[in-house]
Ligand binder design. Structure first.
Ligand code: ARG
Length: 494
């Protein structure tokens, strides 16, 4: 978080450093320190997302993941005696028999075991997390209430919320989203619908007067999914449609903040999460539902060893200081957007499924389908990131800054980001400079207030420097990525 005002910065144990070019050269020419000497010390952690200088006319999202120094893994081929590799071995004894042969076999077994222990969990985690491919049989039918695809993608995009949280369902018979008629609706169906969407239960429901001429009407009972439990109809008594809320969200218990300051008050942003990688704050995140945190995909770079392994992460929720950490949640699964592009930062979004539901913390509200946020709205971004671009440590206190939403066309203009902003991104900040998120804020929230509630508008993604004139912060556009978010929450529902 950077702001015009000077913000006092406190040095913490968990500091992160930006590497200079000289550091980089140094790293490349010298043998890396051993893994343990790096991860076990209480010294500065290995650097994570960092800065790269950009030439004036080539403004691209940047992020240099810093690999964690590692002990080079022994390469199996090099452990085979050179005689055999070069085909010089003539006698049977030389190659397969006698003590040297036995030693080779033992060594190979040891290496195989070592590789299994060292990389097995990573490979397992990778196969379990991230980019699973969904296989769908040719006979697969979308939204018929029967799961055909291996990951269930045929049934995970059939429900959405419209204005005033109107529940809208699509079925295989109607390939449009239609409101659900209130007739026959009850608490039990509300719970089951919210559970289908990845929530634990419903928060509240109500009925809305609608002028729609087509509806989804409830069958006599709920079978597995809401789309499998409705039928299209043209009449609905009293034109009453269901409005459903799956969580109490976006209403912080505290709504005052330190006047003129930028340190967030406790309780002001209860959905804020701090994601610790191997013990250090690395990215921000936002609580969406008791079991799900939303964050940025670039927080899990392939190049950073083990960053995609759930067991390396701890999630702290609702905290305002890195010096007073609540008990952590652990990550059950890391779900990255399949089309995240590290080069352009398009689709920079990820979900973390927690090992158990978060309690005593309030989630943020997701925007409803088609909800527009305008530059006139009140929007804020929060995080534990750097408070000055040159700072060498994250902030121990949760910082907040008010930002303006910036139109795509303005943000893409040649004086700003010159065409690098996609539809899936949202710029926010102040074109005069000074108000911005920064390194360490990534994955955290950009929230805007509408009808007395806070909605997640963006996820902190990238920027050219921090707080510079004509270089606002760039956030993943949550409204555009809603279907992916709900789809994954459904596929991974607790
Ligand atoms: N990529 C950064 C991170 O990993 C976030 C950068 C946001 N930059 C900005 N100018 N708003 O923490």
């Amino acid at each position: 978080m950077t702001e015009n005002k000077h913000i006092a910065e406190v040095q913490v144990e968990s500091t992160r450093f930006i590497l200079t070019d000289t550091d980089m050269e140094h790293r490349q020419t010298e043998a890396p320190p051993s893994y343990d000497s790096v991860v076990n010390q209480n010294t500065a952690p290995p650097l994570y997302p960092s800065l790269q200088t950009l030439s004036a006319n080539q403004i691209l999202p940047y992020h240099i993941p810093q690999p964690i120094p590692q002990t080079p893994a022994p390469r199996a081929a090099e452990t085979i005696p050179s005689q055999r590799r070069q085909g010089l071995c003539r006698s049977k004894r030389c190659c397969y028999g006698g003590s040297s042969g036995a030693t080779v076999v033992v060594m190979l077994v040891v290496i195989a075991i070592w590789l299994g222990v060292r990389y097995g969990p990573t490979l397992w985690a990778l196969s379990k997390s991230t980019k699973e491919t969904d296989t769908c049989p040719p006979s697969s039918v979308d939204c018929d209430g029967k799961r055909d695809c291996s990951q269930g993608s045929d049934e995970s995009r059939c429900v959405r919320f419209g204005t005033a949280n109107e529940l809208q369902v699509m079925t295989f018979k109607s390939s449009v989203f239609l409101p659900v008629c209130a007739q026959g609706w009850n608490k039990n169906i509300a719970d089951q619908t919210c559970q289908q969407l990845g929530f634990r239960q419903h928060h509240e429901y109500g009925f809305l007067l609608t002028n729609s001429s087509s509806f989804q009407s409830m069958n006599s009972q709920f079978t597995n999914t809401i789309q499998g439990s409705v039928n299209r109809s043209t009449s609905c008594p009293g034109q009453q449609a269901v409005s459903l809320h799956c969580s109490k969200c976006g209403k912080p218990p505290v709504s005052t903040r330190i006047i003129g300051g930028s340190v967030a008050a406790d309780g002001q942003w209860p959905w804020q999460a701090s994601l610790h990688f191997q013990g250090y704050h690395t990215c921000g995140g936002t609580l969406l539902a008791p079991d799900f945190i939303i964050t940025a995909a670039h927080c899990f770079p392939k190049e950073t060893r083990d960053s995609q392994m759930p067991s390396n992460w701890k999630v702290y929720i609702g905290l305002v200081s890195q010096l007073r950490l609540p008990s952590p949640y652990y990550v059950h699964k890391i779900i990255l957007h399949e089309n995240y592009d590290p080069a352009t930062k398009n689709n920079d979004i990820a979900l973390l499924k927690l090992n158990k539901p978060a309690s005593n913390v309030q989630p943020i509200c997701l925007p409803v389908f088609g909800q527009k946020f305008s530059p006139a709205q009140q929007c804020w971004t929060t995080g534990f990131g750097l408070t000055r671009q040159e700072a060498d440590s994250i902030s121990t206190s949760l910082m907040e800054v008010k930002v303006d939403l910036i139109d795509l066309s303005v943000c893409n203009s040649h004086t700003v980001y010159h065409g690098s902003i996609t539809e899936n991104m949202q710029c926010a900040g102040d074109l005069r400079g000074g108000k911005d998120s920064c390194q360490g804020d990534s994955g955290g929230p950009l929230v805007c207030k509408a009808d007395d509630q806070w909605y997640l508008t963006g996820v902190t993604s990238w920027g050219d420097g921090c707080g510079k004139q004509n270089r606002p912060g760039v956030y993943s556009n949550v409204g555009r990525l809603l279907m992916w978010i709900y789809g994954k929450m459904q596929q991974e529902r607790p």
